[in-house]
Every structure is written in C-alpha cells, then in structure tokens.
Design a protein around this ligand. Structure first.
Ligand code: C5P
Length: 223
C-alpha cells in the first residue's frame, strides 16, 4: 500500500499510548490503539461469561464483538464495545490481564488481523501495539520500538493509578509488569520483539515532548 504507516511497538508502560496519540495528532494521521481491540474482547468475555480457557469460544467471541472508536473533546478517544462506551472498564488491570491472556490465542489474533489493517487510510496511520511492525504492517516504512526500564514503567503506572485515587503498591505493580512482559515476550504467536528494521527508542528519564520529537525526527520533514 502507498499509504504510510508508523508502527510503535513496545511493552506496557513504555508510554506508547501517549506518544502514539501525540505523534498522530502532529502528523494529522489516523491512530490505531490495537491493545484496545484485545481489551475489548476481554471485557466482552466478562460480560458474556465466556471462559478465557476455551479457545474456540474466544475466537467466536472475537468474531462477533464490534469495537468502535469515537473522538472525544479531551483527545482520548472513547471506545465502544458492541455499542456501549466501555472506555473506563477497558483501562482496568482486570481488562489488561484478560487481554494479555486472550492475546496468546492464535484464532483471536487471526480474526483481528484484517480489522487492524483496515485502519490504514489516507493520509497515514500511527499504529500502537506489540506486533504492528512485525505481523500487521510488516511493510510499514517507519517502525519504532519504544522501551523504558521496568522500574520507570511501574512508577508511571503507579502515578496514573494514584491520580485516579487507586491504592496499589509500587512493588506489586513492578511484579505485574515483569510477569506481563515475560508472557508477551515468550508466547509462541506474535511475541513482543522489535522488527528487524525498527528503531529502538528508550524513553527512560526522557520527557514526553522529547520522545515525540525523537520519533518525529525519524520521518521525512515533508510529511
Ligand atoms: O497495549 P495494551 O496494554 O492495551 O495491550 C493489552 C494486552 O493486549 C497486552 O498485554 C498484549 O498481551 C495484548 N496485545 C497484543 N498485541 C497487540 C496489542 C496488545 O498481544 N498488538
């Protein structure tokens, strides 16, 4: 396809979501939050009481779950699952853990491939996820692998949760992050790893604005 894609892959807490959204806004490009699709299937499984350990039931659930994105005034798109605004529920640790378990299911991943590719529309797409540069958009001309140290990612997550009034220890968050990293990196289907042609950007100790500039610097000025 001639439509350019910038893929931004990396572990949870690397700042991918924030950076991808800001970069997409700066370029005036579309934005794909692929994690939201996995989270949506996780949330729908809870609603419909589908067993996370039943691969066929999960694949059928992924096929029938309709996920929509709607722009909101605060810049963070609202996510509709089967027509219901599930934005807040999708952000919970429960939804993240369900998504991570579901993401190991090859049938579910296969269902989501074409849905993700459909986001590639003019003038361009910023795609945020784990396998955007390796599996979904292997031909993307611009690929970033965004990382940050595990302690820093735990601190960022802790700050976010504290701001929402949620009490969680830094230590338990660090343990969760390390467990999720290991699961995402070790699964046999679409494991988290940089594409061979990705540029690794380490955001440890780097302010958001500077990371955005660094990512934009990888693209030609003409865009
Ligand atoms: O990015 P986010 O934290 O929303 O993703 C939730 C989970 O969905 C991840 O832990 C990962 O297991 C899975 N995921 C994936 N492939 C993607 C995006 C997310 O496997 N492209």
């Amino acid at each position: 396809s001639m439509i350019p894609v910038l893929t931004i892959d990396g572990p949870s807490g690397s700042g991918k979501g924030t950076i991808s959204r800001l970069v997409a806004a700066r370029l005036g490009w579309h934005f794909l939050d692929s994690g939201a699709l996995y989270r949506a299937v996780g949330v729908a499984a809870g609603w419909e009481d589908v067993d996370l350990a039943d691969p066929d039931a999960l694949q059928r659930l992924a096929e029938r779950t309709v996920v929509g994105f709607r722009d909101s005034p605060d810049g963070e798109p609202r996510v509709l699952v089967d027509g219901v605004d599930a934005t807040d529920e999708l952000r919970t640790e429960t939804a993240g853990a369900a998504a991570s378990a579901i993401a190991a299911n090859p049938g579910v991943r296969a269902v989501l491939v074409e849905r993700q590719r459909a986001f590639r529309r003019a003038p361009g797409l910023v795609a945020d996820g784990r396998d955007m540069g390796t599996v979904i958009f292997p031909d993307a001309p611009y690929k970033v692998f965004l990382t940050a140290g595990a302690e820093e990612r735990a601190r960022r997550r802790h700050k976010q949760l504290s701001e929402k009034g949620l009490e969680v220890t830094l230590d338990s968050l660090l343990r969760e992050i390390l467990a999720r990293d290991a699961r995402d990196a070790q699964r046999s289907v679409a494991p988290l790893k940089p594409a061979e042609d990705a540029v690794t950007v380490d955001s440890t100790g780097v302010p958001i604005d500077a990371v955005v500039e660094r990512v934009l610097s990888l693209l030609p000025d003409s865009l």
